[in-house]
Design a protein around this ligand. Structure first.
Ligand code: SAH
Length: 342
């Protein structure tokens, strides 16, 4: 059985031709799928024999709402979707002044092992498919009846560890015959897989690359992010510089402020030094406490921010949304897994 929604328009058109159909059928089916059609019966401009042929050889992914939490504080919505094979992933809809932003997952679980993150605790179960990534945007929009204008790949999983799928997803969600969301409205966040950052640069996409830095020195970064042990901060910044030179796009650095771990003055000063020469923006994130982790939020966010700003590095503090619904990623899926244990 083929996963129809993971095909791009060219593949879909070729597929229809193989079935003996005219080329324009490809576009028709593509448009149905990207509007959220859940079955072939709905596709009223296709003949009955074609609909039957399609349902014999293909499937349409339709995630089910397993849990839906709505924040009373700010209207943030968190979805736990159940996928075809029973696995669950999270998506968060956030309302900002500049439009609705959806935060989507790229894998079921994660194998990067960051010690402060809830998503990685059970390891990686599997990669998502392009259709499963698209569905998170599509069905969040359909269920919430809110138009989505921005996407961040900051949910469960490491997007660059599922590279080809993520590229295909970007093509699908950006497509004029689909949701048509502009690349400049999309951010991709990575823990810093340098080879993949170099590979991504070659595609010259206009999206925003966010690098989860969290510490400017190898000792600290390797402690909290195992991915750093093989690469190191210096090589990571080399790769970021190349990315900027190739794409002309500024990188945004994410920095979750952890009490007594990465929030001292010397770390702010070192960060300033590293950012010299490449324009970049620092996003300071108040740490979300994860039950299984020993870390606590820093109380020095403002001081750290001021120290960066005084030395010419722009730094913003991320507003916390959905605090009452465990909106930070990975936590709802974990809780759900605990609840389902016999
Ligand atoms: N794997 C990718 C994207 C998913 S995580 C990455 O590492 O960037 C999205 C962001 O949330 C990352 O910056 C991640 O480091 C951060 N994050 C994870 N756990 C967190 C926590 N408990 N508090 C604050 N930020 C956290």
């Amino acid at each position: 059985m083929r996963d129809l929604k993971s095909m791009d328009l060219n593949e879909m058109t070729a597929f229809m031709k193989d079935l003996g159909e005219p080329a324009f059928r490809g576009k028709q089916v593509y448009q149905w799928l990207h509007r959220g059609a859940a079955s072939f019966e709905e596709m009223s401009n296709l003949s009955k024999p074609l609909r039957e042929k399609l349902s014999e050889s293909c499937f349409i992914t339709v995630p089910q709402v397993e849990r839906k939490l709505v924040s009373r504080q700010d209207g943030t919505i968190k979805y736990l979707w159940r996928l075809r094979d029973g696995n669950c992933v999270e998506t968060v809809l956030m309302r900002y002044h500049h439009g609705n932003t959806v935060c989507i997952s790229s894998q079921v679980g994660c194998r990067m092992g960051c010690t402060f993150c809830a998503s990685t605790i059970g390891g990686k179960v599997r990669d998502l498919t392009p259709s499963e990534m698209l569905d998170q945007v599509l069905f969040t929009q359909l269920d919430s009846r809110e138009e989505i204008s921005n996407i961040v790949l900051m949910g469960i999983g490491e997007p660059l560890d599922n590279f080809d799928t993520v590229l295909r997803f970007l093509e699908l969600v950006n497509s004029p015959d689909g949701m048509n969301i502009g690349m400049r409205h999309i951010s991709l966040s990575t823990c810093g897989l340098t080879e993949k950052i170099d590979k991504l640069a070659q595609h010259q996409l206009q999206l925003t690359l966010s690098v989860s830095l969290h510490a400017p020195d190898d000792e600290t970064r390797s402690k909290i992010m195992p991915v750093n042990r093989s690469v190191g901060v210096e090589k990571l910044f080399d790769s970021c510089r190349r990315y900027f030179e190739t794409t002309g796009r500024r990188i945004s650095y994410e920095y979750a402020m952890i009490d007594g771990v990465n929030d001292s003055d010397w770390q702010a000063d070192l960060l300033v030094k590293q950012l010299k020469g490449t324009p970049g923006h620092v996003n300071l994130i108040p740490l979300n406490e994860v039950a299984e982790s020993p870390f606590h939020p820093s109380r020095r966010i403002r001081q750290f921010q001021e120290r960066l700003e005084k030395q010419g590095v722009t730094a913003t503090v991320r507003r916390k949304l959905g605090g009452d619904i465990d909106a930070s990623c990975g936590q709802l899926r974990r809780k759900h897994m605990e609840d389902e244990k016999p």
